[in-house]
Write a protein that binds this ligand. Structure first.
Ligand code: PGA
Length: 251
């Protein structure tokens, strides 16, 4: 049975004090027996602190927003998967469109990050999604399939169990324009079919596929009601405890 998951991607927002306050508020508002895994993804700087705050709650977890594609060594300013794992953090987000766009991350580099994450016991929230141009020219299905094929489909069945997919149409991220629940469901169904083709139905049925892109307390219920949408990767709306909690309660 696949899990429902809601991830708060703080991006480069919130200082330490604000982050701690947000986590405290969410913990006080959310019931921890509601069968939704809640994942905070703060800056590397507070990952340790936030992870400690979540340590007593099975359903509260943390994720780094990225890791280096190098294992260790002279790479000033980089953070390795092994370092993140040494904090007992469960996940790393990989392949967010902002990293692909502003930091030129390619499918090949992401494959290296995927392998290093798994080697160091990090589970992965792997992002994929198309631009508006790609959608309008009808290449979005092929594009998403290629992102998966080149970065995660080399994994064994056992390894693939550590992957959560996040479908994030670039045109919906931070724009206030959400994919309609039917548009999102169409891609989620497609991703599940592609996983079935590559692996098998059992693996596909057990893979959580999250939607990301202007998901908020108003549209979350409709999105999460779809058969193949198992939660959300939330940016802007995860920075406010009440909004984030309302999204968590939208299943
Ligand atoms: P948004 O960001 O919710 O602010 O659109 C989502 C994301 O980038 O993960």
């Amino acid at each position: 049975m696949r899990k429902n998951i809601v991830v708060g991607n703080w991006k480069m927002n919130l200082n330490r004090e604000e982050g701690i306050k947000l986590v405290e508020e969410v913990i006080s508002l959310v019931s921890t027996d509601n069968n939704v895994e809640v994942v905070f993804s703060p800056s590397f700087l507070y990952l340790h602190k936030v992870n400690k705050m979540c340590a007593n709650y099975n359903l509260l977890q943390t994720a780094s927003q990225n890791i280096s594609h190098n294992e260790r060594g002279a790479f000033t300013g980089e953070v390795s998967s092994q370092m993140v794992n040494s904090l007992n953090v469960k996940y790393t987000i990989l392949g967010h469109s902002e990293r692909r766009e502003y930091f030129n991350e390619t499918n090949i580099e992401l494959k290296q990050k995927v392998d290093l994450s798994l080697k160091n016991n990090l589970e992965i929230i792997f992002c994929c999604g198309e631009s508006l141009n790609q959608r309008e020219s009808g290449v979005h299905f092929d594009w998403i399939k290629q992102q998966l094929t080149e970065s995660v489909f080399h994994l064994t069945e056992k390894e693939f169990e550590k992957i959560v997919i996040a479908y994030e149409p670039i045109w919906a991220i931070g724009t206030g324009v959400t994919a309609s629940s039917d548009q999102a469901e169409e891609i989620h169904q497609f991703v599940r079919n592609v996983i079935t083709e590559k692996y098998n139905e059992n693996i596909a049925e057990n893979t959580s596929i999250l939607y990301g892109g202007s998901c908020n307390p108003t549209n979350a219920k409709e999105l999460f009601s779809k058969k193949n949408i198992d939660g959300g990767l939330i940016g802007g709306a995860s920075l406010n405890a009440e909004n984030f909690t309302r999204i968590i309660k939208s299943f």
